[in-house]
Ligand binder design. Structure first.
Ligand SMILES: Nc1nc2c(c(=O)[nH]1)N[C@H]1C(S)=C(S)[C@@H](COP(=O)(O)OP(=O)(O)OC[C@H]3O[C@@H](n4cnc5c(=O)[nH]c(N)nc54)[C@H](O)[C@@H]3O)O[C@H]1N2
Ligand SMILES: Nc1nc2c(c(=O)[nH]1)N[C@H]1C(S)=C(S)[C@@H](COP(=O)(O)OP(=O)(O)OC[C@H]3O[C@@H](n4cnc5c(=O)[nH]c(N)nc54)[C@H](O)[C@@H]3O)O[C@H]1N2
Ligand code: SF4
Ligand SMILES: [Mo]
Length: 767
């Protein structure tokens, strides 16, 4: 496959946008990615890339990539074992845990990162074989509060239309660095330079996006709830809401309004450090706009009052009527819903929704996920229902979840822990078994971050290389595990293989009829498709087989958007044509074409009316009158632990040697604070929190308010280079964070608001 002259199509795997790329491969062994450019034919990214796209080879050829299954010895070192031994032992040990403690003694964590969700479909089959245990993943430390609110208000996800909006509103989001929507920098520049349009940013820091904004509400850290409540109060008190629209499309406004009519806007403005006039002007700008598109992110979601904040910001744009029109917020049609996939649901749910709770901490389970922050206490307990085993797939919880120290302790306390990853990560180093996956450029891969509207794109990446010797794609790993559990075998595959000889239509009919007789066809569809259809797919594409089932479910659930995108007709034929397009169009496929009116059909409440009244959260509102708590005298700084910067991409790229010059991993601090500490730019400081301490390099920046400091996410990795030497650059933020600091509703962490103390290094050493 290596060919220096030819450009191959693929995608960037470093953030959820997955921009289309064209790359050249080569190098001495032909296994390097040597040139990278944007793919102009990609229907969503249209040639756009950011600078991070140039780092693909540091992921692909990281020196700490795994090349063999590993088993931990009693002394903590690892020995290489064969795949046969690994599969046999892991299947037997999970089986024994299930027999001894029941299926609920297992916790699955992960399922994919920013570029790989197909592997997770096969993990799902193994989880079903284990009896469908508890699940968690990174969404349960950021988005579950938002999902919960969104479910109760709209019953659908929404996509903000920043391409056409008059007003763009960002709450705790810095899209210049973090993206979150396609071609972010292009769209931000367009909005900023057009005098008729308006960019509003709510962020205590003058982020790159805030720098471009028409209105920057530089609130005090952690005071979003007061700011958003005051904005809503202006809309109610000045009667700026869209009354006719509310009457036609929503319910609950009359009950909600009184909570805001009594709010003292001047004192709420003061609570968040803004002038009252600024709040009033902003609310009027939103109310007067033809269209408003909005996005919230971690500045709100990893902060105090996060779930309340997700609710308040929705009240603002919904009470002003900014839904289901161009330039507002619309309901994208998912190819495969991440929320459903998280729950392990493969078909439409039936029956009433029951609220589930985690077994030990009794935490709310949202979209099927146990909050990440309670995982350590669910394990480090003598509770009879504690988790005894974990399977971790494409996630690095020791590094990425709150309180790394407790997470390491929790992993070591388990009776069984298995990690499936491409690299020897911080988490892998705590596991009993580590299974080496082929990289995201060595198999057919894709994500289900398909959130575009009205046209929605699915992009399957064809492999650039053969799997690294010793590794296997997840499809093969989990197929072997399910088979080793005795759940599937030739008898399940043979009828489908026979049907395939007569073509894919015969296969489709055999499969659909088969599901009526053999429930395993539904339960284990991904593995069965891999073992049958996968064997007939072009070289290297076998892992795509499960998408055939996903295409069938999608066309069945949304025939109108499929037809509008060119995939109409009888179900198996339409789905098969879509699947064929997916495996043969290397720049991605427009699989759904929606209309704005469909955003109303997507509202999952009676009469498709939006529900504005969320009693549990409204009950929180009067508590804001008590005003924000004062800063902690022992820890007077607010640390935002995990800022997105050009040098970060979660922990996907472990080798930092791509970084040649300039600052890397610094603690940003206001010059006044630095002066008081006697610290110059580039000097070291000791940063302490209640849970840990770290030496940091100070970068003086007046983009931060006095008292607010900020560290990047994803750094401080224990990366071993080709000689085996440990290279650590930057600070691992979760050595400093506290799993108990979390939202009372969703259990999501308060990483953007960690009480901290700073000292000069010399002073700290003498103390
Ligand atoms: N370069 C890069 N891009 C990425 C990633 C990456 O690692 N690197 N990761 C991806 C992932 S997984 C995610 S979830 C997204 C996250 O994307 P974002 O949420 O946009 O990124 P952050 O920088 O974590 O936080 C956004 C902003 O919150 C602000 N903030 C801090 N405290 C407060 C507060 O009290 N109130 C408000 N309103 N704002 C506050 C910060 O100053 C910061 O500018 O980024 C994605 N994109
Ligand atoms: N303090 C603090 N902590 C944070 C954040 C913060 O802002 N502050 N941000 C949080 C957020 S929003 C997120 S999303 C999380 C992200 O944290 P994680 O969910 O842990 O995600 P990644 O760091 O991307 O880890 C992905 C893993 O997948 C592995 N991998 C890559 N390719 C493959 C593959 O093909 N197959 C398999 N099996 N594995 C593969 C990588 O080596 C890596 O170990 O971090 C969170 N942690
Ligand atoms: S990091 Fe995100 S925005 Fe940048 S090139 Fe990669 S996918 Fe595109
Ligand atoms: Mo994230």
């Amino acid at each position: 496959m290596a060919d220096a002259e030819q450009w191959h199509k693929t995608a960037c795997i470093l953030c959820s946008i997955n921009c289309g790329l064209e790359v050249q491969t080569g190098g001495e062994d032909g296994r390097r990615i040597v040139k990278i450019r944007g793919d102009a034919e990609h229907p969503a990214s249209r040639g756009y890339v950011c600078e991070k796209s140039q780092r693909m080879d540091y992921y692909q050829n990281g020196a700490d990539r795994l090349r063999s299954p590993m088993r931990r010895r009693a002394d903590g070192s690892y020995e290489a074992i064969s795949w046969e031994v690994a599969i046999r032992e892991i299947a037997a040990k999970f089986g024994a845990i299930k027999t001894q403690y029941g299926k609920e003694a297992v916790l699955f964590y992960g399922g994919g990162g920013q570029g790989n969700h197909v592997g997770g479909m096969y993990a799902d089959s193994f989880l079903k074989a284990l009896g469908n245990p508890y699940r968690s993943n990174a969404l349960a430390q950021e988005k579950t509060g938002e999902f919960w609110v969104q479910g109760k208000m709209l019953g659908t996800g929404v996509h903000p239309d920043f391409e056409h909006c008059e007003v763009a509103l960002f709450v705790g989001k810095n899209p210049w660095q973090s993206h979150g929507f396609a071609r972010a920098r292009v769209l931000l520049k367009e909005i900023a330079k057009d005098p008729a349009r308006c960019l509003i940013v709510i962020d205590p820091r003058r982020s790159e996006t805030a720098e471009m904004a028409d209105i920057h509400l530089a609130i005090k850290p952690g005071t979003d709830a007061w700011c958003l409540a005051a904005l809503m109060a202006v809309l109610v008190q000045e009667d700026l809401v869209a009354r006719d629209w509310l009457a036609e499309h929503t319910r609950g406004y009359e009950a909600v309004a009184p909570y805001f009519s009594g709010i003292d806007i001047a004192s709420y403005a003061q609570a968040c450090g803004l002038a009252e006039q600024q709040i009033r002007d902003t609310a009027r700008r939103i109310a007067g706009a033809r269209s408003v598109a909005m996005m919230e992110d971690l500045g709100l979601q990893m902060n105090r009052h996060s779930t309340l904040g997700s609710y308040l910001q929705r009240l603002i744009w919904l009470s002003t009527g900014h839904y289901a029109r161009p330039g507002t917020n619309n309901a994208p049609v998912p190819f495969l819903s991440l929320a459903k996939a998280s729950k392990g649901e493969t078909s439409a749910r039936r029956g009433p929704r029951v609220e589930r709770r985690s077994p030990v901490a009794n935490a709310k389970i949202i979209i099927g996920l146990v909050p990440c922050n309670v995982i350590p206490e669910e394990i480090l307990s003598d509770h009879p229902k504690r988790y005894r085993a974990m399977l971790i797939h494409s996630g690095n919880p020791v590094h990425s979840l709150a309180d790394s120290q407790r997470m390491r302790e929790a992993l070591r306390a388990l009776e069984l822990s298995v990690v499936v990853d491409v690299a020897m990560t911080e988490t892998a180093r705590e596991a009993d078994y580590v299974l080496p996956a082929a990289s995201q450029f060595e198999k057919a891969e894709a994500t289900f971050f398909n959130l575009e509207f009205p046209d929605n794109v699915f992009h399957l990446r064809q492999p650039l290389f053969e799997p690294l010797p010793g590794t296997l794609p997840e499809a093969e790993i989990y197929a072997r595990l399910v088979e080793a559990m005795g759940e599937l075998g030739e008898a399940d595959y043979a009828p489908l293989r026979r049907a395939l000889r007569f073509g894919r239509l015969a296969f489709a009919l055999r499969f659909m009829i088969g599901t009526l007789r053999n429930p395993k066809l539904v339960k284990y569809a991904p593995v069965i498709l891999y073992r049958t259809l996968g064997e007939r797919l072009p070289q290297g594409m076998a892992s795509a087989a499960a998408l055939w089932g996903a295409a069938l479910l999608y066309v069945q659930a949304s025939p109108a958007t499929a037809r509008a995108a060119g995939f109409g007709g009888l179900l198996p034929l339409a789905a098969d044509r879509l699947f064929q397009a997916i495996i043969s169009q290397p720049s991605g496929v427009v699989y759904a074409r929606a209309t704005h009116a469909m955003s109303w059909q997507a509202v999952g409440h009676p009469e498709h009316r939006i529900n504005l009244k969320l009693d549990e959260l409204l009950a929180e509102l009067p508590k804001l009158d008590a005003m924000p708590p004062p800063v902690d005298a022992d820890y007077p700084f607010v640390l935002s632990a995990g800022e997105r910067r050009s040098e970060t991409a979660n922990t996907a790229v472990r080798d930092s040697s791509w970084h040649k010059r300039g600052v890397y991993g610094s603690l940003r601090i206001n010059p006044q604070d630095a002066r008081r500490l006697g610290c110059a730019d580039g000097e070291r400081l000791l940063l302490r929190t209640r849970r840990g301490s770290a030496e940091v390099i100070a970068e003086l920046s007046d983009s931060l308010q006095p008292g607010h400091v900020s560290l990047p996410n994803g750094l401080g990795l224990d990366y071993r280079d080709a000689s085996g030497a440990l290279l650590r650059k930057g600070v691992a933020p979760n050595e400093l964070t506290d799993a108990q600091a979390r939202d009372p509703f969703a259990g999501t962490p308060w990483h953007k608001h960690v009480p901290a103390r700073l000292e000069r290094v010399a002073q700290a050493l003498s103390a």
